[in-house]
Design a protein around this ligand. Structure first.
Ligand code: ARG
Length: 415
């Protein structure tokens, strides 16, 4: 009798390789391995072949880099989504896309289950499971690591028993995840938040102290909040991000050291590298300062925070996300222009910006000849601006002879 099928998110590492025979033994399922390229820099065809050698009945490999950038990374950038003001959300953005593509693959292969290699302690399991649950509630979700309780040695023995080749490479002391928008590193010595991350925790960036002594400049063009060109050359999102990662990394830009609030209630110390993400967020924000009104800009910060939480918490396919994104689209319609960023010794600093929709008016701002600001109207404006406070002072604050700073006793009361 043919067995039911499970779509397994397959990375080619030890865990997900062991899962291939394990899912057969434990759940009597045939495995269709699923691997996706989100710009993590691995050869997905090689991984696909390994899956087949490992006993998968079928193996699918998809290059989803363009989808990822256009439909996940750019919206998050336009929204200014930066979790806790620090983490540009690379992994969190990738999970809902992987899960969505797995659901599509499950349909094509008539699979009844999906499986992934997440542990029971992280955010990623939530992002996967919530997406599966939302898009295809009929699929059984299996997370072997959450249930199998094997140590690494036991896993290796299990692998050898099933003829799975175990790479001789020393196991990394860290848990690393990456895609085109960033790399994360946790565990090992990073678990003490007082200790400075060792150089070996970084892979994409030069130590800022050792970065070139000459700065590099990049010019990014945005159209309605989306990056469309780099240094005068129009290009797709994938090469644009790749180039910024490369040059930013050389200048030590994009290192982030964060004690992060996970969805499952624990704080975790994470080290990120995200040169392109940091440069783009910085540039984009500065263009907004030029093109958004004060109200639009202030309100946008609330949306940014909400948006980041939605992504981080695995709620990408939530209708509320669509509502927020409609706001973002509208809010970004004049965020079009050029930003020049200086990369130097670990810092990305915006040093120039221009836009056809700029709200900056030199005629109003200048202290030199050509000033068109109406200085006299300031007097009347200030009178009304302070009127309420003036009335209150006369009737209340000054009545008993003094003005108290909140929390401070008046000098004479102390005696
Ligand atoms: N803390 C980050 C997040 O929740 C990164 C997670 C990385 N995942 C991993 N399996 N190492 O998005």
């Amino acid at each position: 009798m043919p067995r039911d099928k499970v779509i397994l998110a397959y990375s080619g590492g030890l865990d997900t390789s062991v899962m291939v025979p394990w899912l057969g033994e434990k759940y009597n399922l045939d495995v269709v391995a699923f691997t996706v390229d989100l710009g993590q820099g691995e050869d997905i065809e090689k991984i696909r072949q390994k899956a087949l050698k490992t006993g998968a009945v079928d193996a699918v490999a998809i290059d989803a880099r363009n989808l990822f950038v256009d439909l996940f990374v750019w919206p998050a950038l336009m929204a200014g989504a930066m979790y806790e003001g620090k983490y540009p959300l690379a992994t969190a953005l990738g999970r809902p896309l992987i899960a969505k593509l797995m659901v599509d693959t499950a349909k094509e292969h008539n699979a009844t289950a999906v499986a992934h290699g997440c542990t029971g302690k992280g955010n990623d399991q939530v992002r996967f499971d919530v997406t599966f649950q939302t898009l295809a509630a009929h699929l059984k979700i299996i997370a072997p690591v959450r249930e199998w309780k094997m140590t690494r040695d036991e896993e290796i023995r299990f692998a050898q028993k099933h003829g799975i080749q175990v790479e001789a490479t020393q196991e990394s002391p860290y848990s690393v995840d990456l895609n085109i928008f960033g790399r994360s590193c946790e565990a090992g010595v990073l678990e003490d938040p007082w200790d400075e991350p060792p150089e070996e925790a970084y892979a994409w960036t030069t130590d800022p102290c050792k970065a070139p002594n000459e700065p590099a400049y990049v010019e990014i063009e945005f159209e309605q909040g989306r990056p469309v060109a780099l240094n005068g050359q129009r290009m797709d999102g994938v090469p644009l991000i790749e180039r910024l990662n490369d040059i930013g990394g050389k200048h030590g830009v994009g290192r982030i050291d964060h004690v992060e609030n996970r969805l499952v209630g624990i704080k975790s110390r994470e080290v990120y590298e995200a040169p392109a993400a940091m440069i783009l967020h910085e540039a984009h924000r500065e263009l907004e300062f030029l093109c958004l009104s004060k109200q639009a800009q202030r309100f946008k910060t609330l949306v940014s925070q909400e948006y980041a939480d939605i992504i981080y918490n695995g709620l990408w396919f939530n209708p509320f996300h669509q509502d927020l994104f409609q706001f973002v689209l509208s809010n970004q319609r004049y965020v079009t222009g050029f930003v020049r960023v200086k990369l130097f010794k670990g810092k990305a600093t915006v040093v120039g910006r221009k836009s056809e929709f700029s709200l900056y008016s030199k005629k109003l701002a200048t202290y030199e000849t050509g000033d068109q600001f109406d200085h006299e109207s300031a007097v009347g404006f200030i009178k009304l601006h302070g009127l309420g406070q003036q009335t209150q002072a006369k009737q209340q604050l000054l009545k008993h002879g003094g003005f108290e700073l909140p929390g401070l006793l008046r000098h004479e009361d102390k005696k």
